[in-house]
Write a protein that binds this ligand. Structure first.
Ligand code: DUC
Ligand code: ZN
Ligand code: ZN
Length: 482
């Protein structure tokens, strides 16, 4: 008699800590057992494949509302399709705020849109206007609804917060038990350098990198960490592009601070050189922070191995290349400062990290699992439901052919964006099947999930992001409405 609805038989199970040949037995939407000789009503032969937790992408932009109306081109259906095609089963995306407005209405609208998801999902709440109403009234409601992370930008018009506003967000997070994630670049310095570059007639996409050198990311990361230390509020530094930024995080960790760092595949395989292609082509590679150089990429791998950078997310933020609503929004002669930032990456995240990391011998498979699933699940309060393979956890799995060699093309990634910055990149290692809460939702590149089958993941309080209790002079300024 069968004990399980589905058995994944004979694969090499990779958990965050261990790797061994076993069967995985699934009952309904949960893992029932990991063992030998398990009998299921259905069985999938996984001999020769790795069986890993479904990817958790804790930083991606899907159907994000835009200030001028409308939303990002990548919809919940197309974004989910790409995620599932690439082995990711959970995403954390963004509900945004428009300056002068609150956060409750956009969050309600965003939840309505996300109801079409085919992956499980949660949100970070972006704060662009730290008004009294938002900070003291709305943030507590949003956090209580399960959106337990706030996101701030230290640069970008019209998103950026000054230090006082940033402090108010840190304090609100401390009061409500949320994590703060930070886009670290120095706003004024980028504006100043951009003005000088444009004054000198340097307008092409490659000057995007010149406008925001790594020192400006390092400065902002240092400042974010210092202010978070003063408030005693845990933070995560988003999309670390180079070692000198990660070293700020390493120093903070060594001081006992709760500071975490994320990097993204673009910082492993792209460089500032990519933006120096003929004509407008360089726009395809423009994202912020800007990709650096090969030495920076290699340096990031060392910081991954040293556990300074513990998450690799996609920062999927797609803008099509050929359409008038994407990179060409302001025309092909637009100066770099008017070209939308961001690169697509939901579907390519796991293959690139696996290939560059595991296949090229930089990390072990268990470390890969930690980077792309376990650590994001832990940091954002989704673990152990997500991010591992063990009895009682959600049956989210990716079956992986570690030896399959693929040349990335846009078609394989199945997002709506009309290009990938990784076109032509050779990778070794590719997803064969994706299983989301017990259902096979991707097989050999065919995504077979219905819109609306993704679940909202409300995140409750969890220990990892509790403040340390170390405050200068023992004075908790966050207890006051200032
Ligand atoms: N940088 C961001 O901070 N967000 C999305 C796109 C990008 O390049
Ligand atoms: Zn960012
Ligand atoms: Zn982003």
């Amino acid at each position: 008699m069968a004990d399980y609805d589905l058995v994944i038989a004979g694969g090499t199970v990779v958990t965050p800590a261990d790797m061994f040949v076993a069967d995985v037995g699934i009952i309904g939407d949960k893992i029932g057992a990991v063992g030998f000789g398990l009998r299921g009503r259905r069985s999938i032969d996984a001999h020769g494949l790795l069986v890993m937790p479904g990817g958790v992408d804790s930083h991606c932009h899907i159907e994000q509302l835009q200030s001028g109306g409308g939303a990002d081109e990548e919809s919940w259906v197309t974004g989910s399709t790409s995620a599932l095609a690439g082995g990711t089963t959970t995403v954390i995306t963004f509900s945004t705020q428009f300056k002068g407005h609150g956060i409750l209405e956009p969050l309600a609208e965003y939840r309505r849109r996300a109801a079409k998801a085919m992956v499980d999902y949660s949100f970070h709440q972006i704060i662009t206007d730290a008004s009294d109403e938002v900070i003291f009234n709305e943030v507590p409601q949003v956090v209580a609804s399960g959106v337990r992370s706030l996101k701030v930008f230290l640069t970008y018009d019209p998103l950026h917060l000054d230090d006082r506003q940033f402090l108010r967000v840190l304090a609100a997070a401390r009061r409500t038990g949320a994590l703060v994630t930070v886009h670290c670049e120095n706003y004024e310095a980028i504006k100043w350098r951009t003005a000088a570059l444009l004054a000198d007639g340097r307008t092409e996409p490659k000057y995007h990198a010149w406008s925001r050198p790594s020192v400006l990311e390092r400065e902002a990361a240092h400042r974010a960490i210092a202010l978070a230390e003063m408030v005693d509020q845990p933070i995560q530094i988003f999309h670390v592009s180079c070692p000198e930024v990660a070293e700020e995080i390493a120093r903070a960790k060594a001081r006992g601070l709760k500071v975490w760092g994320e990097t993204c595949p673009q910082y492993f395989v792209l460089s500032a050189q990519d933006m120096d292609r003929p004509g407008f082509e360089g726009a395809k590679f423009m994202c912020s922070p800007a990709p650096r150089d090969a030495a920076a990429s290699e340096g990031l791998w060392k910081l991954v191995r040293d556990n300074v950078l513990d998450i690799v997310s996609s920062d999927h933020s797609g803008w099509s290349y050929e359409t008038p609503v994407g990179k060409r929004l302001h025309g092909v002669d637009a100066p770099f400062s008017d070209i939308p930032n961001g690169v697509p990456g939901l579907g390519s995240r796991l293959p690139i990290v696996f290939s560059e990391g595991v296949s090229k011998g930089r990390i072990e498979p268990c470390a890969f699992v930690r980077l792309i699933a376990t650590n994001p699940a832990k940091l954002f309060g989704l673990y152990p439901r997500k991010g591992t393979i063990a009895p009682g956890t959600d049956a989210d799995l990716v079956l992986w052919d570690a030896n399959k060699r693929v040349t990335i093309t846009n078609r394989l990634l199945q997002h709506v964006i009309d290009y990938t910055p990784y076109e032509g990149l050779d990778v070794t290692g590719w997803p064969v099947s994706t299983i989301r809460r017990g259902a096979v939702v991707m097989q050999d590149g065919q995504v077979q999930a219905e819109p609306g089958t993704g679940e909202f993941l409300a995140r409750g309080p969890y220990d990892l992001i509790r403040p340390t209790g170390n405050l200068p002079f023992g004075f908790d300024a966050s207890a006051f409405q200032v």
